[in-house]
Design a protein around this ligand. Structure first.
Ligand SMILES: Cc1cc2nc3c(=O)[nH]c(=O)nc-3n(C[C@H](O)[C@H](O)[C@H](O)COP(=O)(O)OP(=O)(O)OC[C@H]3O[C@@H](n4cnc5c(N)ncnc54)[C@H](O)[C@@H]3O)c2cc1C
Length: 415
């Protein structure tokens, strides 16, 4: 049962990829009269947060002609940020009734475009194998037409086909699989730095400084910074990941809920490449728990994590120590699904946090009182891959004076 759908490509415009947005012709410059001559003044935009959301947004705002200052308290992909750490999965399988598959397709195109521009490898297209083990495969079945519509290549694989290709996986209780050959993993922290480097090379300004969380919900005309200086801009974009609710306690507040997520890296046997990126795709196992992993790359070991939401977590002060129970769950899992790694030693572990919204969709909205203040976040454990597509979209909205789709607005949560 091998069915293959090839990527067909798609409209190469924002409107083509996000049909719910309407974009008039570009007019990104304010014009002022100056002694009879017309002087073009660039829109000044401050972006706060140089993670996956803020970094790409700053870059695309710059490319649309704005004068952009990017600020970050600890730097792009720092160890407290949700974009920190080694790697992130990029895939299009997302279930029914959502816009993420299409956004992932656009993002893949933009990751490639920027990799080429910067001559730097950030996306490893190892493929992604989605093992269908839940009794009910509605989620996976419903994903297929969306993959097809978005032009994302995929194969439906039988258990026999999977075991022939990846004998290192014990496929017990797996019914079938979806394989996305162009999916894979992204370098996380390294990519955030690459985006910043690109941004600087194209003329952006970056400052490593914190915005003081001073009454941002009330009237203000500039941002107070941790070094005592101020920043004033025409538009502000707050892309502060798990900190967004703290900066805007009334308009965002607990609508973003950071949870502790443990990530483990296990050592593979010496000289055994069966669990490395050359032999194994990224994989996701949809069972009672949703466990996923990234094959060993750059000598970091075999990464495994549980997508189940952990306890609430403070991104600034939280101690980043993994839980022994979490480690046990992962060890038991590995012994079952990857028997050759039963006794693999733990090489490294990390604690990151998801910044969850109630519906796992992103937040992109103007502040209810300040129309030139934008709030962007809510990556909910799957936002990294979308960075470039989201950045492109946000830049389009801001520069075209457009409103975000209802899908992303805070009003969807009610009071
Ligand atoms: C363990 C784990 C696994 C994940 N796996 C995947 C995956 O496989 N695929 C995927 O697509 N996504 C994944 N995600 C989700 C994804 O990484 C996040 O959704 C995404 O990185 C969020 O980016 P962000 O820019 O919104 O937030 P962040 O990366 O947290 O960036 C926010 C930035 O704001 C800065 N900041 C905060 N407050 C201030 C202030 N007052 N002043 C100045 N700067 C400030 C911070 O320093 C930070 O750099 C995962 C996340 C985790 C934690």
């Amino acid at each position: 049962m091998l069915r293959v759908f090839a990527a067909v490509g798609g409209a190469n415009t924002l409107a083509g990829w996000f049909p719910f947005l309407k974009f008039p012709s570009t007019n990104m410059l304010k014009q002022t009269e100056n002694r009879g001559a017309t002087t073009k003044v660039k829109t000044k935009i401050a972006v706060i947060g140089a993670g996956a959301f803020g970094g790409w947004t700053a870059l695309y705002l710059l490319r649309r002609g704005a004068k952009v200052t990017l600020l970050d308290a600890w730097g792009p992909g720092n160890s407290r940020a949700s974009s920190g750490g080694e790697t992130r999965v990029i895939r299009g399988t997302y279930g029914p009734n959502q816009s993420h598959t299409k956004m992932a397709a656009r993002a893949t195109q933009l990751w490639k475009e920027n990799e080429k521009r910067w001559n730097q490898k950030l996306m490893h297209q190892t493929g992604v194998l989605w093992m269908v083990t839940a009794g009910d495969d509605q989620f996976e079945r419903a994903s297929l037409p969306l993959l097809r519509d978005a032009g994302i290549a995929y194969q439906e694989l039988s258990v026999q086909e999977m075991s022939a290709r990846w004998p290192q996986i014990n496929l017990e209780a797996v019914h079938w699989g979806i394989y996305e050959p162009q999916g894979g993993f992204l370098m996380a922290r390294v990519a955030c730095q690459a985006v910043l480097d690109g941004f600087l090379a194209e003329g952006g300004e970056y400052r490593q400084v914190a915005v003081l969380p001073r009454d941002l919900e009330r009237t203000w005309d500039s941002l107070s910074l941790s070094d005592g200086s101020k920043v004033e801009a025409d538009q502000y974009v707050f892309a502060c990941g798990p900190w967004l609710g703290k900066l805007f306690p009334e308009s965002v507040g607990t609508r973003i809920r950071p949870t502790k997520q443990d990530v483990f890296f296990f050592g593979t046997p010496a000289g055994d490449n069966r669990f490395a990126e050359t032999s194994l795709p990224v994989w996701a196992d949809h069972r009672d728990r949703f466990i996923y992993g990234i094959p060993s790359n750059e000598g970091r070991g075999f990464k495994v994590a549980d997508d189940t939401r952990g306890p609430e977590f403070d991104p600034t002060a939280g101690e980043r120590a993994v839980s022994p129970q979490g480690l046990k769950i992962i060890r038991d899992y590995i012994a079952f699904r990857f028997p050759a790694l039963k006794d693999a030693p733990l090489l490294e572990s990390r604690v990151c946090q998801y910044e969850n919204t109630a519906d796992n969709n992103f937040i992109l909205d103007r502040h209810p009182q300040h129309k030139n203040v934008w709030m962007l976040g809510g990556g909910s454990g799957h936002g990294f891959k979308h960075g470039p597509a989201l950045g492109e979209m946000v830049a389009g909205l801001i520069m075209e004076f457009k409103d975000p789709d209802a899908l992303f607005r805070l009003s969807r949560f009610g009071k």
